[in-house]
Ligand binder design. Structure first.
Ligand code: ASP
Length: 507
């Protein structure tokens, strides 16, 4: 059986097994926030979203939503029991957030109670999924480092480097913008926010400030200590920055050193690719475990009021990946989209089950090089960069999510009007947010907070979207990785490579 069919079958089997658990094992009680007892009362130490502490004694309203109407309950947070009992009543898939008396919002991630039957059934799959994810994560930093350095040293000449850099940047910005504009068009046509019943109130959001600006993203690109950056999977842009510079200066070094270090990194990269191949052979079982976990854990009650919104995002993702990107592949690269899709499908399925472009990167590199026959010179340049900054799916999702919430607020509050100028700003910020978002699960949702804050919209809305984020995250990550792979193919073609026309039959 061909490899991609095998992966697909295991993935479907995982979804079926997860569904079976979802249907037969009773929904577990949930736990979420963690807290510590201090003299001042209970201090909430961990919630989803930005971690904040609220001291005991603050008046808190817990809002649970999920079936289209929000229920409010006052808490004093003096006693642990109050929060626990609310969590225990919350249903699989609902969102809980806490609102303090100074209008701070603390979304709480609901996690399954570890003692419930479903958790116990899930344990072996959880274990396998964690191991598989760790294997992928383990490869991210060394693969990025060695592949970019070998890529840059093999491009060698400054003029070539510049040309490829410009092409890559052009492709990334152009496709992200196309994705956003498509999203904007659809969300304005379908208008999912108009009649939505979300049970949100308008909050006074004057105190909200954007958390990260584009300038910050640029500043954060430059590492202060490369070893510290290498030690964290979250500092990918810094590793890329260092590797690009390092590669360039290798080419400037005098002869015996240049050759030695080039060979060293080439060899290291070959070994890394071999390791990626090893992990790839586990892919069918890895995606199986991941699918069981995500399906068994995802609750569906919260989906209903947001179905039209989810549909709009899904439609935009489908149109972008099945029409816009294939047209670019065909017209600019002269490559058959179907053959290309077949060649890179293992990477797409990995993206779907991990919801992370970064974790998928080892698989993307391996499949684009080996199955897609694109040279390392191109992949090592475009793919690690793409996994971090090129996120078409995320870009369109940001745009649709923010306009959806804005439509909802505009429909329910006469003072709030969604102007054309605002829409323009949303487009621009969606682009920046997609560049700034890390290639990890739910990064897009976190970036959405930045846009909402900049527009003065309440962050509460994004907390609500948390409940349906996982399935959308899986889909948008596929589109993110698909766009990266198309970039590699198109750029390889325009650099005169013939490889990407191959059908991807080989493995
Ligand atoms: N999970 C996405 C990715 O890794 C980012 C996002 O949350 O949109 O590509």
């Amino acid at each position: 059986m061909k490899f991609h069919w095998k992966v697909l079958l295991w993935m479907l089997a995982g979804a079926v097994a997860g569904m079976a658990m979802q249907l037969t094992l009773e929904a577990p009680a949930w736990t979420g926030a963690s807290w510590t007892k201090t003299e001042a009362g209970i201090v909430l130490t961990k919630t989803a979203g930005p971690t904040k502490k609220i001291a005991g004694g603050t008046e808190i309203v817990a809002v649970v939503t999920g079936r289209g109407s929000a229920e409010e309950q006052k808490l004093s947070l003096e006693k642990e029991g109050e929060l626990k009992s609310i969590l225990a009543e919350a249903d699989n898939g609902e969102v809980l957030w806490l609102e303090t008396s100074d209008s701070e919002l603390l979304p709480v991630a609901l996690a399954m109670d570890p003692d419930s039957a479903r958790s116990q059934w899930l344990a072996p799959f959880d274990f396998a999924a964690d191991i598989f994810m760790s294997l992928l994560k383990m490869l991210i930093v060394p693969i990025i480092l060695t592949s970019i350095i070998t890529g840059v040293t093999s491009v060698g000449q400054m003029a070539d480097l510049r040309r490829m850099g410009i092409k890559t940047a052009l492709y990334y910005v152009a496709t992200s913008l196309l994705a956003i504009l498509l999203g904007q068009l659809l969300v304005n046509l379908i208008r999912p926010g108009d009649g939505a019943t979300l049970g949100l109130q308008i909050l006074d959001s004057e105190s909200l400030a954007p958390e990260a600006s584009f300038i910050d993203v640029l500043k954060r690109m430059i590492p202060e200590n490369i070893f510290a950056s290498l030690g964290s999977n979250g500092a990918m842009l810094q590793v890329i920055f260092f590797a690009l510079l390092f590669g360039f200066f290798v080419t400037q070094a005098p002869t015996p050193h240049r050759e030695r270090i080039t060979q060293f990194f080439e060899s290291a990269f070959e070994v890394m690719l071999k390791m990626a191949q090893g992990v790839l052979s586990l892919l069918p079982y890895g995606v199986f475990a991941l699918m069981v976990r995500v399906v068994a854990k995802t609750g569906f009650v919260a989906f209903e009021p947001l179905l039209l919104y989810m549909g709009t995002v899904a439609l935009a993702l489908v149109l972008h990946s099945c029409v816009v990107l294939p047209l670019i592949l065909k017209l600019v690269g002269g490559i058959s989209p179907i053959s290309w899709f077949k060649a890179v499908s293992p990477a797409l399925m990995t993206a779907f089950s991990t919801s992370s472009s970064s974790m998928t990167l080892p698989v993307t590199l391996e499949t684009v090089e080996k199955r897609g026959k694109v040279s390392n010179k191109v992949t090592s340049f475009t793919l690690p960069l793409g996994a971090t900054i090129n996120m078409d799916g995320t870009a369109l999702y940001e745009c649709i999510g923010v306009i959806f919430l804005a439509q909802y607020y505009a429909a329910s509050t006469p003072e709030f009007v969604l102007t054309l100028g605002m829409q323009g700003m949303i487009v621009l910020m969606a682009l920046l947010a997609s560049i700034g978002a890390a290639g990890i699960p739910s990064a897009g949702l976190v970036m959405m907070l930045t846009i909402l804050a900049a527009l003065g919209l309440p962050l509460e809305g994004a907390a609500l979207l948390l409940a349906v984020d996982r399935p959308l995250d899986m889909l948008r990550t596929v589109v993110n990785v698909w766009s990266d792979s198309c970039a590699a193919a198109v750029i390889a073609r325009t650099e005169g490579e013939i490889g990407p026309t191959l059908t991807g039959e080989s493995e």
